[in-house]
Design a binder for this molecule. Structure first.
Ligand SMILES: Cc1ncc(COP(=O)(O)O)c(C=O)c1O
Length: 428
């Protein structure tokens, strides 16, 4: 299979030789590395990526799941083109940031006020700081397998071995101040935080990087109660689920409201973004007119609320707000997961098709997958082969990662995935 990949991607191989001299591992994010080298994308449109060798791929990775309307959707691009003529970056207050914050407050049930950042990582960082300021507590908790970006306090226990730090440079103080809890296991979570005074518990309602594993509804409900009982803020990291599971994200889907919501990806309409939202009483601690140091919690940045991002985000949310496109996408996702499961079952391949709504993943195991430990007990080698087989056949998943649907995917695109999955299932 690797020989076929190499013979189809000679220009990418040449580019990789140049890239590895100036970019560690030849990429700007190791996640995007593919063995023996990544293909380099030349352009993208709708549901398709085209690489520098002219190979076309149906894209189920969708820019880390951000592109719910596909690549460069015409309705959004039109507004962006107009905005470019009016300035790309103001560095002053402007109307578009108000409009997008109002739109978020309208759609996301627990969001009253918003602050914008440039990435989900930053949004989690400032949300954590806000929770610490508001509660006047240091420690926080997160779940095994939860990915919230590279911010020190949350870049812990992402994948097995869970007790080995994910990165160098995390101080012992950081590691001590973050308590790690088991996902989808409220009893054990309750036991582990019994003697702690936590500022916040951060949770992804559907673990994305952790294997596309939805939280159980009861688990989230009880987590909400646990936080309320302990004066701990509940933070939902909705960077993936926001504006995807429902117009109001996972909190609408599950009917459980957090104190702080972290957003990103879809919110940027294809441009870099992050945001966090909360009720006025909490997030007003970012207003130094109301709260002096040390009750004031700083947030800011050169490109925050960039007008291009605000324009693209607003155009995107307006298309998603009535829920019609998302309902349709969720139905197509349910259907796709069912069909994938049927294909593997028919061919007697042990697979758990994970996910919810328009998010999906395949884990090669006969055991139920309910957390990242189960995900890593599954046959990861087979998963890699499956994704490489799909890439070789013009269907792109970032190897071993979650897939997502966009409104740009046609029925033919989905049929092609199913056909190629079946060929793999028959051979395995
Ligand atoms: C749930 C979740 N939170 C936070 C992040 C970090 O966002 P960003 O990559 O924009 O910094 C990600 C990124 O994949 C994510 O999936």
């Amino acid at each position: 299979m690797l020989n076929r990949y190499v013979s189809k991607t000679p220009k990418s191989q040449q580019l990789y030789r140049k890239a590895e001299k100036v970019l560690p591992a030849g990429v700007s994010y190791f996640l995007r590395y593919i063995e023996p080298y990544p293909f380099y994308t030349a352009k993208a449109k709708g549901s398709k990526l085209i690489d520098v060798d002219g190979n076309e791929y149906i894209d189920f990775w969708l820019g880390h799941t951000a592109l719910i309307l596909g690549h460069s959707p015409p309705e959004v691009m039109k507004e962006v083109r107009e905005q470019i003529e009016n300035g790309t970056h103001y560095g002053t207050a402007h109307e578009l940031e108000i409009a997008l914050a109002e739109q978020i407050a309208k759609m996301v049930p627990s969001a009253e006020m918003v602050r914008f950042t440039n990435s989900g990582t930053e949004a989690n960082m400032y949300a954590t700081r806000l929770a610490r300021t508001y509660t006047n507590r240091d420690k926080i908790a997160k779940f095994e397998g939860g990915w919230h970006g590279g911010y020190d306090a949350l870049d812990i226990a992402i994948k097995p071995p869970l007790d080995v730090p994910e990165s160098g440079g995390l101080t012992s103080g950081t590691l001590r101040d973050t308590i790690v809890l088991p996902f989808n296991n409220i009893e054990e979570a309750r036991r582990r935080i019994k003697n702690e005074r936590l500022a916040a518990i951060t949770v992804e309602p559907v673990q994305g990087a952790g294997g596309c594993i939805p939280a159980e509804r009861e688990f989230l409900k009880e987590l909400r109660e646990l936080c309320t009982e302990n004066g701990t803020l509940l933070i939902f990291d909705e960077v993936i689920t926001g504006f995807r599971l429902a117009p109001g994200g996972a909190q609408q889907h599950y009917g459980v409201l957090p104190d702080i919501t972290v957003m990103g990806k879809i919110l940027g309409g294809g441009f870099p973004v992050g945001a966090f939202a909360s009720r006025k009483e909490i997030i007003d601690h970012m207003n130094p007119i109301l709260h002096e140091r040390p009750k004031f919690s700083f947030h800011g940045g050169t490109f925050c609320a960039n007008p291009i991002t605000m324009t693209a985000g607003l155009a995107t949310l307006k298309l998603l707000q009535d829920g019609q496109l998302l309902n349709e996408l969720n139905k197509r996702g349910n259907n796709l997961r069912q069909k994938l499961a049927d294909i593997f079952e028919k061919n007697r391949v042990d697979v758990q098709v994970a996910g919810v709504g328009s998010l999906f993943h395949t884990h090669f195991t006969h055991e139920k997958v309910k957390d990242v430990r189960d995900v890593f007990r599954a046959d990861r080698g087979k998963l890699l082969n499956y994704h490489m087989h799909l890439i070789m056949n013009g269907v792109f998943f970032l190897p071993t990662r979650t897939g997502a649907l966009s409104t740009a995917h046609s029925e033919n695109d989905i049929e092609k995935l199913l056909t190629k999955a079946e060929i793999f299932a028959k051979k395995n």
